[in-house]
Design a protein around this ligand. Structure first.
Ligand code: ADP
Length: 263
């Protein structure tokens, strides 16, 4: 078929024998496309009514009807949450259909400074936050998408670490490239959940996630952004001990800071 999709596996046996298994996955691919379009269209359609509702809720003054003040507060919180879910779904749809990213220098020193400020603003003095940068390298990729991915990991660390915990943001060299990591001393994640964390809306505890203001889409966004940069996400975590989320970038994604040279 002209627009068909094939999935092929080549098996090798002894004495030079080969077996090629080809499966026609055109219907699956089309179904996936329909799902993507549907999510993108619904999210897009929800955007305007939500903006209107949110706008009117902001206009209402709780002092006019004091007995409704708690209700109004909750409506504002929930409409903001819904707005964030819609924005995250739109971001995911955009990332899923994107095949290439802009290849720009992403200076790491200012980005790490911004990430520290974001962590401090979210934490409001409840955690000890440290930043260590020894990689002496900038990244090559999309500044906007990389900021969103790296900042998602920081926000998760703050949201899933109780008061008094520590959060360490690091940018270091490793064999074959460099690694950006965010370590926390928070709740941690049981091993059984680790493989599914980057699925849309997958949560270890929905009540904790909801309380902490999450949309359940953050790690899916991180994974998509990293894929577009040929980078890998690793998660090391244990309940009660904390978690380390690390993004591993290959050396082809690294630039000497200050000049255009590849490392
Ligand atoms: P959410 O918006 O729910 O935080 P994410 O996709 O960012 O969605 O994360 C998915 C789930 O992974 C979270 O609901 C939480 O259970 C778990 N998680 C993510 N980061 C951490 C962390 N640093 N510590 C403990 N659990 C985490």
């Amino acid at each position: 078929r002209p627009d068909g999709h094939l999935n092929a596996t080549l098996l090798a046996f002894g004495r030079g024998q080969r077996l090629l298994i080809a499966r026609d996955i055109s219907d699956l691919a089309r179904l996936e496309q329909v799902r993507r379009d549907f999510v993108a269209n619904v999210s897009h359609e929800l955007r305007t009514p939500l903006t209107v509702i949110h706008g009117y809720l902001e206009l209402l003054d709780p002092e006019d009807v004091p007995e409704l003040a708690p209700v109004l507060g909750e409506m504002r919180t929930q409409s903001k949450r819904m707005g964030q879910i819609v924005e995250d779904l739109l971001t995911l749809s955009r990332l899923e259909t994107q095949e290439r990213i802009t290849e720009e220098r992403v200076p790491m020193a200012p980005l790490l400074a911004t990430l520290r400020k974001e962590a401090e603003a979210l934490s409001q003095g409840r955690h000890r936050i440290s930043v260590e940068s020894t990689a002496a390298a900038d990244l090559l990729g999309s500044p906007k998408e990389l900021h969103s991915a790296l900042s998602n990991l920081v926000s998760n660390a703050v949201r899933y670490t109780p008061t008094g915990g520590e959060i360490s943001i690091r940018w270091r060299r490793e064999p074959g490239g460099a690694v950006y990591s965010v370590a926390d001393t928070g709740y941690g994640i049981p091993a059984a959940h680790l493989a599914r964390l980057t699925e849309r809306f997958y949560r270890v505890s929905s009540s904790r996630s909801r309380e902490s203001g999450g949309t359940g889409l953050g790690l899916s966004i991180v994974k998509h952004v990293l894929n577009l940069h040929q980078a890998r996400l690793t998660i090391d975590s244990a309940p009660g001990r904390g978690s380390t989320f690390a993004c591993h970038f290959g050396s082809e994604r690294l630039l000497e800071p200050g000049n255009g040279e590849e490392i």
